[in-house]
Design a protein around this ligand. Structure first.
Ligand SMILES: Cc1cc2nc3c(=O)[nH]c(=O)nc-3n(C[C@H](O)[C@H](O)[C@H](O)COP(=O)(O)O)c2cc1C
Length: 638
């Protein structure tokens, strides 16, 4: 899809959509006084922020746009939520009238008798009279299962008052109806979505007191707000990709989707408040530094601006070492510990401030440092807290946790979570942080040399943190040297490592995910060297590896790079995966610029939300810490 949010001409690109389907789009001149970022309409938007809050915290909605100038209102745009819930793909829907949802599955010959005909008549009346409709009616998925659809239809007018398009928003919930056996063998269900997102009350607005079929003229609440505010609210709850696509529908929507305030909301909604706040903080302040959210959303979605740059930094990390751990703290890179000459475990802390013109490694004076170690993990919590866990110390493996507030006047390490229930001592495990305050640790190598497959969580927001094991019925095979990335706030993606396979240990390219917001979290196998049934996954799978780096993008996609790979495969190839897709596939990314040319022993972290810094790496002779490589994911500043 082409994005066209930051150009101000009206050359509306149709991207990957079928040009013939949209050829008529450009013929209507839409009014430009539709903007909501200035003048009186801005005030009106502020007044409705409460309503917007309601929408923002609601379940994702289906969204379609129809062409009101063509006979029978053909659908010209459908969003992925609609596809996912109904099971109908865009290619089966575009160009058709939406009444097919009233038929029980694609082979039904007529509207199902339980669909309320009075509501259908009312929809027709609203469409004929050009007024808004909202009400509830029975619909069906492609597999024939019933859905309750709380439908809102909003007509869009051109300057001369002609209705050119109608936008429909569907809030679907399961319909608890016993309709007897399905008319044909069930199709594969979108059960994941259904399980997590559909509930009796997942709808974001209440049915009008007058019952189904009430038009907006009679109803109260959210839908009494003005057209432009409503449209703004609708756009704010869909994905950045949908907003870009809707901007291609007509000139009026194109104008709306150029609004910076709207894009900020869209980014917040799609990536979360924390991620957007971090992006904002890292971009500095003042108009010269302000982020263009539309452009950032585009660049982080398409990765069109991603590029490698080599950075040479000053200062020194001395004595020299390997097997250290590094993490990002705002725009700073922090390094702790590592393995010095003669396997000496180190316990010193260094900081590299990447926001200054000439970054330099600086040793940081801290009190009460933890025992020296290597093969440990270092994580950043709450913006300035560093957390060290495990690793190999002078007298064996460790399972201690130390916390340090680097921003405090006299930074002092403090041991926490030492009670019963702590994970076994380990090294080469993987860790990540959830909600900015919870440390998650998985796998690694135990004292006995055995590989581990367990997962533990430590909530550091409470006064006396206690470890909790995530009890699961099944875990991915035990492993070390793997990575864990957080996406969509509470979901963790595990990739690669050296994994147990029967009596052997093999490099893995398997991807597993777990959702820790669930009451009983379960690991799922997403993709890897083979799919269930022995099928080979589509796309280009990364060769199996350990000791690689992985990066989680605000859009929820995961990048992996480097590591120890058997044979002659290029370790510096970058791969991207979107775990949110129904069938996630890896893609290779060939990026311009100077990428790291050494293979393994890297550490990485994302600085300022859009810059992944790759530090370290082994050339065969020495470990390099003054040559860093930056993978910039977007031009983050305008
Ligand atoms: C923008 C838009 C969205 C619509 N969404 C739905 C929908 O989600 N489910 C549905 O059953 N009907 C939907 N309809 C209504 C049908 O397309 C159709 O207009 C309705 O069934 C009345 O027409 P008919 O009596 O010719 O079928 C939508 C219509 C429009 C214009």
């Amino acid at each position: 899809m082409d994005w066209d949010t930051d150009t101000d001409d009206s050359d509306v690109s149709l991207g990957s959509m079928e040009e013939s389907d949209y050829a008529h789009m450009d013929r209507i001149e839409m009014p430009v006084d539709f903007r909501v970022d200035a003048g009186p309409s801005h005030k009106r938007f502020d007044m409705d922020e409460k309503h917007l809050e309601v929408l923002l915290h609601s379940s994702p909605c289906g969204l379609i746009v129809t062409d009101a100038l063509e006979p029978d209102q053909p659908i010209i745009y459908v969003n992925t939520v609609f596809e996912f819930i109904t099971g109908y793909k865009a290619e089966e829907i575009l160009g058709r009238n939406c009444r097919f949802l009233q038929f029980r599955g694609p082979y039904a010959q007529r509207r199902h008798p339980m669909v309320d005909s009075a509501t259908v008549v009312e929809i027709k009346r609203c469409l004929t009279q050009g007024v808004e409709f909202r009400g509830e009616l029975l619909n069906f998925r492609k597999d024939g299962t019933p859905l309750t659809n709380k439908l809102c239809m909003t007509p869009i007018q051109s300057e001369d008052g002609t209705i050119t398009h109608v936008i429909g928003i569907q809030s679907f919930t399961e319909a608890k109806l016993d309709l007897g056996p399905l008319p044909f063998p069930p199709w594969k269900e979108s059960s994941e979505w259904r399980k997590h997102h559909l509930s009796e009350d997942s709808c974001s607005y209440k049915q009008s007191p007058g019952g189904p079929g009430q038009s907006s003229r009679d109803c109260s609440g959210l839908l009494q707000i003005s057209d432009e505010v409503l449209m703004h609210n609708i756009l704010a709850i869909v994905t950045p990709r949908d907003v870009a696509a809707l901007g291609l529908v007509c000139k009026r929507l194109h104008e709306m989707t150029k609004n910076e305030g709207l894009w900020r909301l869209v980014c917040q909604n799609a990536w979360g408040l924390d991620a957007t706040a971090a992006l904002e903080a890292s971009s500095g302040s003042g108009p010269a530094c302000r982020l263009s959210w539309g452009r950032l959303a585009r660049e982080l979605t398409t990765l069109e601006a991603a590029a490698w740059t080599k950075l040479t930094v000053g200062g020194a990390v001395e004595p020299s070492r390997c097997n250290f751990s590094a993490c990002a703290m705002g725009n700073k890179l922090v390094l702790f510990g590592g393995e010095g000459i003669n396997m000496q475990p180190m316990n010193d802390t260094f900081v590299l401030d990447l926001s200054v013109a000439r970054p330099q490694w600086k040793y940081v004076e801290v009190n009460s440092p933890p025992p020296g170690r290597w093969g440990h993990t270092l994580s950043c919590l709450n913006g300035s807290w560093l957390v060290v866990f495990g690793g190999c110390g002078s007298s064996g493996l460790l399972n201690d946790v130390y916390v340090l507030d680097l921003n405090s006047k006299q930074p002092t390490w403090r041991e926490v979570g030492a009670g019963a229930g702590a994970p076994l001592p380990r090294s080469w495990h993987s860790s990540c942080t959830l909600d900015g305050s919870k440390l998650v640790v998985s796998g690694g190598c135990a004292d006995s040399g055995a590989l581990l497959s367990d997962t533990f969580l430590l909530d550091l927001s409470v006064e006396e943190p206690e470890w909790r094991e995530i009890v699961v019925a099944w875990s991915p095979p035990a492993r070390l040297g793997h990575t864990m990335c957080v996406y969509q706030k509470c979901k963790i993606l595990m990739f690669g490592g050296l994994a147990k396979s029967g009596p052997l240990r093999v490099r893995s390219s398997d991807v597993f995910t777990i959702d820790l917001s669930e009451e009983h979290p379960t690991w799922s196998y997403i993709t890897g060297s083979s799919l269930p049934g022995g099928a080979t996954p589509a796309g280009t799978s990364p060769p199996p590896r350990l000791d690689h780096v992985s990066i989680s993008l605000p859009s929820g996609r995961i990048l992996i790079f480097g590591g120890s790979i058997a044979g002659q495969h290029s370790p510096s190839q970058l791969y991207v995966l979107d775990p949110k897709e129904e069938q996630p596939n890896w893609r290779v990314m060939n990026l311009p610029g100077q990428q790291p040319n050494f293979a393994w022993g890297h550490s990485t972290c994302v600085v300022g939300g859009t810059r992944a810094i790759v530090v370290g790496g082994h050339t065969g002779e020495e470990w390099i810490l003054n040559e860093l490589h930056e993978l910039s994911l977007a031009h983050s500043l305008t």
